[in-house]
Design a protein around this ligand. Structure first.
Ligand SMILES: C=C1C[C@]23C[C@@]1(O)CC[C@H]2[C@@]12CC[C@H](O)[C@@](C)(C(=O)O1)[C@H]2[C@@H]3C(=O)O
Ligand SMILES: O=C(O)CCC(=O)C(=O)O
Ligand SMILES: [Fe+2]
Length: 353
């Protein structure tokens, strides 16, 4: 268990409501595509059941993650710091954000892509080494290595990420069908692309003993409010609560955890590609007084060179709400921002009234 000092931040920020019910999508039902579109428009978020990701991939990765996070801090820190990938403790990003969380952030990029990406972060990123691991499912992934020492069980990560990616492609194709746009791989091809710039994160929120009866009503931020910059995020957690989403009216709702389901977030890039029709959901995680929360999130992003712009077939004569930009430009700008910032703001067009 990691030893942490005082809680990083304390806030009175209880979720204001438990309603409305968040959308529940059953991937095995053929009519789900319209419900997914509705969920992305209204919430930018939904819960997914009958997802097809093998339970053994989930449980194996979870137990590897528990093993890793149970190591002494000095061991875990050998996999740090996060610049921009690796083991991190409390510090989120490089612009002063903190939370009651420790994590591992990995790239799922290939090496060539990483070289381009590292240009954003300068020489520090160059010190890292990569190796290709071939998983049992024969899917290639670059696993992040530190001085050639694997910090994580590659099979567990590769198998899990491969299965989750497949599911993400299916969701994105159902979205294209639901939106009645062609080709149906218009979104999914961006994640399938060899150059897709996707990431994977394991978050561990240790229990915070200071959050007990005496501090009744106090809440501690595990992961501060933000939107995800990518196209889509696929989140799975253990059965410990903490995740909250913001409704369009600004009210926060708590999402009851479910270790057998996935939760899908619309990211900023998908909001732009749908010209604001889909909502990039603001979300956060509250820490718990007595129990550990463990989450694993796949962030599906496009190739760095990809232009992120509204799809013409969705515009129906309307103007784009956004200036044109590439994912590289957006990511560069996003990584200079604070967690809670409205990262799309700088890319919004000023519309004359
Ligand atoms: C404060 C930051 C952390 C973050 C990069 C950023 O500058 C702004 C976006 C943050 C975020 C949120 C979603 C994902 O967890 C993440 C990996 C991402 O792509 O954007 C994180 C970044 C991070 O933790 O490095
Ligand atoms: O850990 C979680 O449940 C969500 C974390 C999150 O939103 C993120 O890592 O971007
Ligand atoms: Fe997030």
């Amino acid at each position: 268990m990691v030893v942490m000092s005082k809680p990083a931040m304390e806030h009175h920020c209880a979720a204001t409501t438990l309603f409305p019910e968040i959308p529940l999508i059953d991937l095995s039902k053929p009519d789900s595509k319209n419900l997914i579109v509705k969920a992305c428009e209204e919430f930018g978020f939904f819960k997914l059941i009958n997802h097809g990701v093998p339970t053994e991939f989930i449980t194996r990765l979870e137990s590897e993650a528990i093993k890793f996070f149970s190591l002494p801090l000095s061991e875990k820190e050998k996999a740090g710091p996060v610049d921009p990938f690796g083991y991190g403790n409390k510090k989120i990003g490089s612009n002063g954000d903190v939370g009651w969380v420790e994590y591992i952030l990995l790239t799922t990029s290939n090496e060539a892509n990483y070289q381009k990406f590292s240009a954003i972060f300068g020489e520090a990123a160059e010190k890292f080494r990569y190796a290709i691991n071939q998983s049992q499912t024969k899917t290639l992934h670059i696993l992040y290595l530190f001085d050639f020492r694997c910090v994580f069980c590659s099979f567990a990560v590769n198998d899990y990420v491969s299965a989750v990616k497949k599911m993400a492609y299916e969701i994105l194709e159902m979205l294209a069908d639901g939106l009645k746009i062609q080709p149906r791989n218009v979104f999914s091809k961006l994640l399938m692309d060899e150059e897709s710039d996707s990431a994977f994160r394991l978050n561990h929120y240790p229990p915070c003993p200071e959050l007990n009866q005496e501090t009744n009503g106090m809440n501690l931020i595990g992961f501060g409010e933000h939107t995800d910059p990518q196209i889509i995020s696929v989140l799975r957690s253990n059965n410990i609560s903490g995740l909250q989403i913001s409704l369009k009216d600004g009210n926060w709702i708590s999402i009851p955890p479910d270790q057998n389901s996935f939760f899908i977030n619309v990211g900023d890039s998908l909001q732009v590609m749908t010209n604001g029709r889909f909502n990039s959901v603001r979300h956060r995680v509250m820490a718990n007084g007595s129990k550990s929360r463990l989450s694993m999130i796949y962030f599906g992003g496009p190739p760095l060179s990809e232009k992120i712009a509204p799809l013409p077939s969705l515009m129906k004569g309307e103007d784009s709400l956004y200036k044109e930009f590439t994912w590289y430009e957006y990511k560069k700008s996003a990584y200079k921002s604070r967690l809670a910032d409205n990262r799309l703001g700088v890319f919004e067009k000023i519309v004359a009234s």
